[in-house]
Design a protein around this ligand. Structure first.
Ligand SMILES: *[C@@H]1O[C@H](CO)[C@@H](O)[C@H](O)[C@H]1NC(C)=O
Ligand SMILES: *[C@@H]1O[C@H](CO)[C@@H](O)[C@H](O)[C@H]1NC(C)=O
Ligand SMILES: *[C@@H]1O[C@H](CO)[C@@H](O)[C@H](O)[C@H]1NC(C)=O
Ligand SMILES: *[C@@H]1O[C@H](CO)[C@@H](O)[C@H](O)[C@H]1NC(C)=O
Length: 306
C-alpha cells in the first residue's frame, strides 16, 4: 500500500517520497528474504536476514544518499529494539550531514539471521565471505526496489574489522551498486600463520579449557596449510577510505599505505581497533578520532557529489 503511495507522489513531484519511520505494528526488526546459496541455481532454499532502517535524517531528494552499515560476526542488537538508540552513533552524524537514510544489515549466521536450522558442519558451508557479499548485493537490489530509490540515491557502505573488509570488497565487486565505502580497521591481508593473533587466542582459550585450545591450535595449523601462499591486499579500488589505529594489533592485516587520493588511508594516532566507529564517549572523542571523522566527512562530501 505504501509503495503505491510513493508511485503517486513521485509522479507529481521531483522529490521521491520516503517514509521517515517505515514501521509496521511497532515492530522495529525487518526481514529480507535471501537465497541460502547464491551460487547454486538448483538450490531453492531461502531464509530471512534481519535489518533495520531509520529515515530520521533522510532528506528524500533524488540525490540523498543511502548509508548501509554492514555488521560482521556479531548481532546487530537485541530483538525488536532500535539499534540506532544505543549504537551506530557515528553513522547518525554522517547521515545528518548528508540527509541520508540509514540501514543496518545483520550478517548471515549471526544474531537473529539464521540461514539454517542448526550449525552443523554440513550447514556451515553456507557461511562464507562470498555468500555474505552476495547477501549485501541482493539486499541493495531489494531495497532499491522496495523503496523506489533512484540510481542517483547512492549507497555508501560502512563496516569495521572483518566487516571493514566486506565493505571494501563489496565496493570492488559490485561498483554498480556500491558507490563508496568506509572500511575501518579492516583485516584484508591473510598470511600463513598470523602467528601473534593465533597465539593470543590460544592463550585466552587455554585459560578456559586446555583441550579446546589444542583443538583450536590444530584448526589454525590446518587453515595455514590450506592457505598455500600468502595473499596480498590486492585491493585496487576508488572511493574507499581505510582507517587504522596505531595501537591496534590488527593493523598488520590492514592497508596502511596508499598514494591514491581516491583510496586514502587515515592513520589514527594512539587509537585502537575500529575506534573511529565508536559512539560518543562521555569524556568526549580524542582529537585523533575527531580529525579522522572530519576527514571521512570531507571525503564522503566529495564522493557523494561525484
Ligand atoms: C516490538 O516493539 C514495539 C515497540 O517497542 C512493540 O509495539 C511491538 O509490539 C513489538 N513487536 C514484537 C513482535 O515484539
Ligand atoms: C531512528 O533514530 C532516531 C534517532 O536516534 C530514534 O529516535 C528512533 O527511535 C529510531 N527509529 C528506529 C526505527 O530505529
Ligand atoms: C573442553 O573442550 C572439549 C572440546 O575440545 C569439549 O569436548 C569439552 O566438553 C570442554 N570442556 C568443558 C568443561 O567445557
Ligand atoms: C609506506 O610506503 C613507503 C614507500 O613505499 C614505505 O617506505 C613505508 O614503510 C610504508 N609504510 C607503511 C606503514 O607500510
Amino acid at each position: 500500500m505504501w509503495c503505491n503511495l510513493v508511485v503517486v507522489l513521485a509522479a507529481v513531484s521531483v522529490t521521491v517520497a520516503f517514509p521517515v519511520e517505515p514501521l509496521k505494528g511497532g515492530e522495529i526488526d525487518r526481514w529480507f528474504v535471501q537465497k541460502l546459496d547464491h551460487f547454486d541455481l538448483t538450490n531453492p532454499k531461502t531464509w530471512k536476514q534481519r535489518y533495520q532502517v531509520n529515515g530520521t535524517w533522510f532528506k528524500g531528494s533524488k540525490s540523498s544518499p543511502i548509508m548501509l552499515y554492514v555488521e560482521g560476526e556479531i548481532t546487530i542488537g537485541p530483538k525488536n529494539e532500535s539499534v540506532f538508540l544505543k549504537h551506530y552513533g557515528y553513522l547518525k552524524k554522517y547521515a545528518e550531514e548528508f540527509g541520508a537514510i540509514c540501514f543496518v544489515l545483520e550478517h548471515r549466521y549471526y544474531g537473529e539471521s539464521h540461514p539454517t536450522e542448526d550449525l552443523s558442519v554440513e550447514n556451515l558451508r553456507f557461511l562464507t565471505t562470498q555468500q555474505a557479499l552476495a547477501d549485501v548485493a541482493q539486499f541493495i537490489v531489494g531495497m532499491n526496489k522496495l523503496y523506489q530509490f533512484q540510481p542517483t540515491n547512492r549507497w555508501i557502505l560502512f563496516g569495521g574489522s572483518y566487516a571493514g573488509s566486506l565493505v571494501a570488497w563489496a565496493r570492488l565487486k559490485y561498483p554498480h551498486l556500491v558507490h563508496a565505502a568506509v572500511s575501518s580497521s579492516p583485516a584484508l591481508i591473510s598470511t600463513v600463520g598470523q602467528r601473534e593473533y593465533y597465539e593470543a587466542v590460544k592463550e585466552t582459550l587455554a585459560s578456559y579449557n586446555k583441550s579446546c585450545a589444542e583443538n583450536f591450535h590444530q584448526g589454525a595449523l590446518d587453515i595455514a596449510s590450506l592457505l598455500k601462499e600468502p595473499k596480498g591486499a590486492d585491493i585496487i579500488s576508488k572511493k574507499v577510505v581505510f582507517t587504522y589505529g596505531t595501537v591496534d594489533p590488527w593493523q598488520a592485516f590492514g592497508i596502511r599505505n596508499s598514494s591514491d587520493p581516491d583510496m586514502p588511508v587515515i592513520k589514527i594516532e594512539g587509537e585502537a581497533h575500529c575506534s573511529d566507529m565508536g559512539d560518543f564517549p562521555p569524556g568526549g572523542l580524542s582529537e585523533a578520532v575527531k580529525t579522522a571523522r572530519s576527514q571521512i566527512m570531507g571525503l564522503l562530501g566529495k564522493w557523494i557529489s561525484e
